[in-house]
Design a protein around this ligand. Structure first.
Ligand SMILES: [Cu+2]
Length: 162
């Protein structure tokens, strides 16, 4: 699935603190041997939003994040769709599935971090419109690397009824 759309971030207002860091347009250089250039963009794949059950006022988004450097996802928002977005983990606790809100989602360099049903996810609260399969939701993600550099990326996720 190649439904991800990257939107230039430069025009967007900063929603979280720190300087914004314009991304190079093409992160896939043919020169693979170049030492980890200046590319800081996190590769986002397998991204989708689950269509909530009828009457459910929350939604969940999943994706795989692969960062070229150590860092973390510190903030996410879905303007016009969700009043707030939280990062959650999910785990079994005494036979009960429990969700926990995380301050950040740690990303190890070049190690895919999977957000998937039953595990990490982005939870959308205060939905401003129904999440309908076939439509899309654009998230704005805010990453911070271990040097404190903040970068923003927009990603558009298809809504699926799964
Ligand atoms: Cu959750």
């Amino acid at each position: 699935m190649k439904l991800l759309t990257y939107i230039p971030i430069i025009l967007l207002l900063a929603a979280c603190s720190g300087q914004s860091n314009p991304q190079p347009e093409n992160t896939e250089s043919a020169e693979v041997n170049k030492v980890a250039s200046e590319t800081t963009e996190v590769n986002i794949s397998n991204a989708w939003v689950r269509q909530p059950a009828p009457g459910q006022e929350i939604g969940a988004a999943y994706m795989t994040l692969n960062s070229p450097q150590n860092g973390k996802l510190v903030y996410a928002e879905a303007k016009g769709v969700a009043g707030s977005v939280e990062m959650h983990s999910m785990s079994m606790d005494n036979g009960v599935m429990k969700m926990r809100m995380l301050d950040a989602l740690t990303l190890e360099a070049n190690t895919p971090k999977e957000l998937a049903p039953g595990g990490f996810h982005l939870m959308m609260f205060d939905l401003e419109k129904p999440l309908v399969a076939g439509e899309e939701v654009t998230f704005r993600l805010c990453f911070e690397d271990d040097n404190g550099t903040i970068t923003h990326q927009n990603v558009t996720l298809p809504i699926k009824a799964e």
